[in-house]
Design a protein around this ligand. Sequence first.
Ligand SMILES: Nc1nc2c(ncn2[C@@H]2O[C@H](COP(=O)(O)OP(=O)(O)OP(=O)(O)O)[C@@H](O)[C@H]2O)c(=O)[nH]1
Ligand SMILES: [Mg+2]
Ligand SMILES: [Zn+2]
Length: 314
Amino acid sequence: MITESGPVRAGSPAVSSPDPVSSPCTGDWAALRTGSDPLLVALLPRRSAIVRSAAGRSSHGQALAANIDIVVVAVSLAAPLNPGRIERLLALAWDSGARPVLALTKQDLADPADADAARAEVATLAPGVDTVVTSATTGAGLDVLTALAHGTTVLLGPSGAGKSTLANALLGAEVLATGAVRAQDGKGRHTTVHRELLPLPGGGVLIDTPGLRGIGLQDAADGLEQVFAEIEQLAEGCGFRDCGHDREPGCAVQQAIHTGELSERRLASYRKLLRESDWAASRSDARNRAGRTDQQKSITRHLRATYRFRERQQ
Ligand SMILES: Nc1nc2c(ncn2[C@@H]2O[C@H](COP(=O)(O)OP(=O)(O)OP(=O)(O)O)[C@@H](O)[C@H]2O)c(=O)[nH]1
Ligand SMILES: [Mg+2]
Ligand SMILES: [Zn+2]
């Protein structure tokens, strides 16, 4: 933890909350009991939080970082573009309450024509998102990114995208370890293993994160609405209010696909991510219900026993 007298390591009491989303995470502001054994006594309310659905079969969410102002989604220009992953990361970013920025990294390694094509494609994936083309080698775009970063900035993206390299460039020092990507497919080797929070020279802090393997969406409907804003907008022109954008007559979304204004891939991606988000949301509702009824269950059990007793009496 960083305090006015520098960093300290503080214990945190056994987490009493059953929901891991509310466990302390990088970027949290906390109240400390100081002394020889500093102890975290309270977390301040978060103004934003990046929550993914945790790995495994549990439907719990996991907060990756809190109180974020800017989420920089790093995408390498030296690897094939993965539109679905960009949309997923942007949904996570928007949904956190922070402002997403796209950094297209490794410009120096990309063929200029390919870089232009990637930029054009990314523009259709990220309406309303500032996009910066960067190179840690030539320094391109770093000034723009420095200007965009303020408050708490977090770097997100797949392993090998160049997050730690970008972080070092923004920090003005080689603080974070970086690692070469695999030659055959440009994938990273998961060099960063912990989230790191570091002060930026111009003020604010920067959080570098490990490249996420699976980023499940947890009830990110608001984020998806932002990422797929143009589909939401088109849907307002559909004949039916609850149009499924399938074969309904007067469907403005299908019409846009027909004219090439909207790609089928994008509609499919929207549906897939919405399904995933809704599923996680319903699971967590079910879990909340289950938690609440623990007490009710014991009452029911008690009642049932009473009924059985009465039946025997008759
Ligand atoms: N030429 C060039 N190489 C870069 C650039 N940015 C990153 N790299 C290289 O890409 C590789 C991966 O960079 P990292 O910064 O370790 O990637 P990361 O996103 O932090 O990856 P993880 O920590 O595994 O999640 C390293 O070999 C970097 O030197 C760039 O702008 N230009
Ligand atoms: Mg890294
Ligand atoms: Zn429709």
